[in-house]
Write a protein that binds this ligand. Structure first.
Ligand SMILES: [Zn+2]
Length: 82
């Protein structure tokens, strides 16, 4: 298998697990919060991390805030490169 094929497969796997995790989220105060079992939200120490926002599709306040800041920083870095 070529490197590109390997990458595509890994990407698909990541997308599928994200999809599964997204379906397990629970709605709390109008926000979709990541959960491992579809009932209990992830413990507080898992929130406020860019990874929980992107890998778990968590949209709680701490995760959203941190991901927004992270994306802004990333966009700024991209701009600085040019
Ligand atoms: Zn969260």
């Amino acid at each position: 298998m070529t490197w590109a094929q390997e990458r595509r497969k890994a990407n698909n796997r990541a997308r599928e697990s994200r999809q599964r995790r997204a379906e397990l989220r629970v709605l709390i105060d109008g926000r979709w919060v990541a959960s491992a079992d579809g009932i209990t939200p992830l413990p507080p120490d898992r929130h406020g991390l860019p990874g929980t926002y992107s890998n778990w599709m968590c949209r709680c306040a701490p995760c959203t805030t941190v991901a927004t800041a992270y994306m802004k920083e990333y966009a700024q870095k991209q701009k600085d490169k040019r």
